[in-house]
Ligand binder design. Structure first.
Ligand code: GDP
Length: 299
């Protein structure tokens, strides 16, 4: 598994990454690899998270060459991470307060990746418990389990670690909600880390923006760069309904008269419209229909 990419070098871990524990931080079970010329010729990129085949390992020098990249299960462009299994969305209960429509936009973008979704409501120390409970209940109605958390009084952090166990997670959310603080908390040695990788690599780290995967003490992997902090919605209008768990739940055991029903005022629409985010659905459907350019999607 590729855990870091810098210029033409790839750090590759040889054991099962989701079994990693914190004691492995200094592990030598890792090689600094180049990419075989053939892969370059084929235009095959190598991303953090990729499962790869390594040839000609030089165990004493800690070097090797990547000769093949296995099929990716998922792929994110921002940050460039292959095979992530989970998006953990962070929104803060205060400073800044949650904007429900913005939260819906993030949730839709996360739903589109088809990864598992977790939600963390940060800065819980800044609001009364009733406000935390209210938001968790609302999210539950929307179809998501939310964890109220705080780095100030360490609330909810055990639950967050549980949520990250066994997953390759990318954090996402608007700026200022505490994503970087959470990453630094979860990866204790992030700034102190030393390892196999050369000094030159670490110098590069501060000049070139790149993503690295870190193993969490309780198991699981976390990307050190947050993802899509400003989601756009390149969604086909006909696909929007599928991204709302509230609609999915209802259409699991019944269907509308028309196949292409948009759940507005159509005759034979079976959707009950008495749920909180129905207004978000209508507003966003209007927005993406206005922006939708069928010529970009033909063929
Ligand atoms: P990012 O933009 O999402 O990466 O957010 P940062 O990690 O930079 O945090 C933004 C601000 O929120 C900083 O001033 C943090 O100190 C503060 N912050 C982060 N977590 C908490 C928390 O749990 N409680 C409080 N009160 N402030 C927090």
């Amino acid at each position: 598994t590729v855990t870091a990419v810098q210029a033409n070098f790839y750090q590759v871990r040889l054991d099962d990454p989701l079994d990693w524990g914190s004691e492995d931080l200094e592990s030598t079970n890792s090689l600094l690899c180049t990419r075989r010329a053939l892969l370059k010729k084929l235009g095959q990129s190598v991303m953090v998270g990729d499962r790869v085949q390594v040839e000609d390992p030089d165990w004493t020098g800690g070097r090797g060459a990547i000769s093949a990249v296995l099929t990716r299960q998922t792929m994110l462009a921002r940050p460039p991470v292959a095979n992530a299994t989970q998006i953990f969305l962070v929104f803060s209960l205060a400073q800044p307060e949650i904007d429900p429509l913005q939260l819906t936009r993030f949730l839709l973008t996360a739903q589109q990746t088809r990864m598992q979704i977790g939600v963390g409501l940060s800065k819980a120390d800044l609001v009364p418990e009733a406000v935390q409970r209210d938001w968790c209940d609302r999210l539950q109605q929307w179809g998501y389990r939310a964890i109220a958390l705080s780095l100030v009084n360490e609330q909810g952090l055990g639950e967050v670690q549980e949520q990250l166990q066994g997953q390759l997670t990318v954090l996402s959310g608007p700026s200022g909600v505490g994503k970087s603080s959470l990453i630094n908390h979860l990866i204790p040695h992030l700034n102190l880390r030393t390892g196999l990788v050369s000094q030159r690599w670490h110098q590069g780290r501060h000049t070139t923006r790149h993503t690295e995967l870190f193993n969490l003490p309780q198991g699981g992997l976390l990307a050190d760069t947050p993802g899509f902090n400003q989601p756009d919605l390149p969604i086909h209008p006909g696909d929007l309904a599928q991204l709302f768990p509230e609609i999915q739940r209802q259409l699991n055991h019944q269907s509308c008269h028309f196949n292409d029903c948009q759940h507005l005022q159509e005759p034979g629409c079976v959707l009950d419209k008495g749920w909180e985010r129905y207004d978000h659905y209508v507003q966003l459907l209007e927005e993406i229909t206005a922006q939708y350019d069928p010529s970009l999607h033909s063929g």
